[in-house]
Design a protein around this ligand. Structure first.
Ligand SMILES: Cc1cc2nc3c(=O)[nH]c(=O)nc-3n(C[C@H](O)[C@H](O)[C@H](O)COP(=O)(O)O)c2cc1C
Length: 188
């Protein structure tokens, strides 16, 4: 399986990167092809909402010339996309949110019978880490993610929230096992 991991967090040794690293190792050891991209390090502008992309349905038609173009093409080619992010103010970290907004260019005619998507049938998963619990804190980010597959015509492969994250050193063996199980689950 061709797996694209898109990371929204800034900290290369942070909680999210640590958990995502375990997932990546698990994917590689299972024989999958993995590419991992730190969106924080990329030049990605916000969506202009110009809808010019809607005139070019057979390829990514965004008119902006920044790093998103190449990443969107990689997303189209992937069988599974794993989005990862720390929880920031009950939402995704800015770089990932900004990139997801640019996926507006991947489909046309949402809510119409002519709706098509360049990522139709693609599996998508979300990993989020946060300091607080799931309840009354992390739900909004998963609510939004669960809706994303509809315009994308994609398939939800899974979601994982790791709460009570302070420093990566606090991750215990059970959390690592939970992350590895999640990695195995979303490829099947
Ligand atoms: C700007 C900012 C906003 C945050 N907002 C939340 C939040 O709304 N809920 C929460 O549980 N944790 C919040 N946190 C804590 C982080 O989500 C948490 O420590 C996370 O695991 C950090 O991930 P990282 O180590 O990969 O950077 C916030 C942290 C920062 C820096």
């Amino acid at each position: 399986m061709k797996i694209l991991m898109l990371h929204g967090g800034a900290r290369k040794k942070g909680n999210t990167a640590t958990a995502a690293g375990w997932m990546e190792e698990e994917f590689i050891s299972a024989g999958h092809e993995v590419e991992s991209i730190s969106l924080f390090d990329k030049d990605i502008n916000g969506c202009l909402a110009c809808a010019k992309c809607k005139d070019i349905p057979d390829k990514v038609g965004c008119i902006q010339k920044d790093d998103a173009a190449e990443i969107l093409d990689k997303m189209v080619a992937a069988d599974l996309v794993v989005f990862t992010s720390p929880l920031y103010f009950w939402g995704l970290a800015g770089p990932l949110k900004t990139f997801i907004d640019r996926t507006y260019s991947l489909y046309i005619d949402y809510h119409k019978p002519t709706h098509t998507s360049l990522v139709e049938g693609q599996r998508q998963a979300l990993l989020v880490t946060g300091a607080g619990p799931y309840e009354n804190n992390a739900e909004p980010v998963f609510t939004a993610f669960n809706r994303l597959q509809s315009p994308h015509k994609a398939v939800k492969a899974g979601e994982l929230y790791l709460g009570r994250c302070t420093t990566p050193d606090n991750f215990d063996a059970a959390t690592r096992e939970q992350v590895l199980d999640f990695a195995r689950e979303i490829v099947t």
